[in-house]
Design a protein around this ligand. Structure first.
Ligand code: ZN
Length: 308
């Protein structure tokens, strides 16, 4: 074999070998940081479940960082947000240190990716900039000073400045989700209506309401204690260059095995697609074969996607 051919052959062999290398595959994974450690919810379970869903998809390399316990020294909580493609917030607790607040805002403002999961939108009611990052929040003293209510009338979003507390929910139940934007990368290819498994439905949320793309809403049925309004439940947020995905679903159950809202294949699919979009601005993962239908709930009991 002539020398040129030998070199060419060696180069092709290296290319083939590295394209199947697990090391290279790992380096292509998006880097996600889950933040937890305080919450009025069952965070010891929820942050492990979020990690399982993201890591078992093979799309993400996942780190978890826990804050000190309530009342602890927050100067010790100092994440390197900039090392990550996306930060997943599973946190509702004591205010961070000023330097961590500033680092987080720098990360978000330079175009960072953020996922706001369930009660993370209860956090930091008095932090004005955080409320712009979540667009809508609830509880922790939120009221008309926090911004309007946002809900849908005949499919059109309305702002309601009427007085009243921000944040409530009726009894947990199965409920249908209604797609409001089928062209967004996160929703493309998913059914217009799908049945979510037993969960809370957040309603009467308030805030600056700077929703960019409303993706799903649900009807908060007054028969089970809801607001009687069509409520925004999954959306992206308009905040400069940042990519922010807010999912209000996913109330955490008592254990990994007894956790229907997070075991719902619809919740897991939306979490994965929203987190990929927040990390990259694109969604490349295929529509899964086990997505719920308009009548039938579907579960991934072990948080494993169907391709595994
Ligand atoms: Zn909850």
């Amino acid at each position: 074999m002539q020398r040129t051919y030998k070199i060419l052959f060696a180069l092709v062999a290296i290319c083939i070998a590295t394209s199947f290398s697990p090391v290279l595959a790992r380096s292509k994974r998006m880097k996600a940081l889950i933040i937890s450690g305080q919450n009025n919810h069952n965070w010891p379970v929820s942050h492990r479940v979020l990690r399982l869903i993201l890591a078992q998809s093979d799309l993400f390399e996942v780190d978890t960082l826990l804050t000190p316990a309530k009342g602890g020294d927050m100067s010790k909580f100092n994440p390197e947000f900039e090392d990550y493609d996306v930060v997943v917030l599973d946190y509702n607790g004591d205010r961070w240190s000023q330097s961590t607040d500033e680092k987080f805002l720098r990360y978000v403002k330079r175009g960072g990716g953020v996922v706001v999961y369930h009660a993370a939108d209860n956090a930091f009611a008095e932090w004005e900039e955080f409320n712009k990052i979540i667009a809508l929040g609830g509880w922790e003293g939120r009221n008309e000073r926090s911004g309007p209510y946002y809900y849908l009338i005949n499919g059109i979003g309305v702002l309601d400045n009427g007085p009243g507390p921000g944040g409530s929910h009726g009894a947990q139940r199965n409920y249908p989700m209604h797609c409001r934007n089928a062209k967004h990368p996160i929703t493309r290819g998913l059914p217009d209506n799908w049945m979510h498994a037993q969960d809370e439905m957040y309603d009467r949320m308030r805030g600056p309401a700077n929703i960019k793309d409303l993706l799903y809403s649900g009807y908060a049925d007054p028969k089970t204690g809801g607001s009687g309004r069509e409520e925004p439940l999954i959306f992206t947020v308009d905040y400069g260059k940042a990519r922010i995905f807010h999912i209000m679903l996913g109330h955490c159950g008592p254990t990994l095995a007894d956790n229907p809202a997070m075991q719902c294949a619809g919740f897991q699919t939306l979490l994965l697609r929203g987190t990929e979009w927040a990390a990259t601005g694109k969604v490349k993962q295929p529509v899964p074969s086990d997505f719920p239908t308009d009548k039938e709930r579907r579960f991934r009991m072990g948080y494993m996607p169907p391709h595994k």
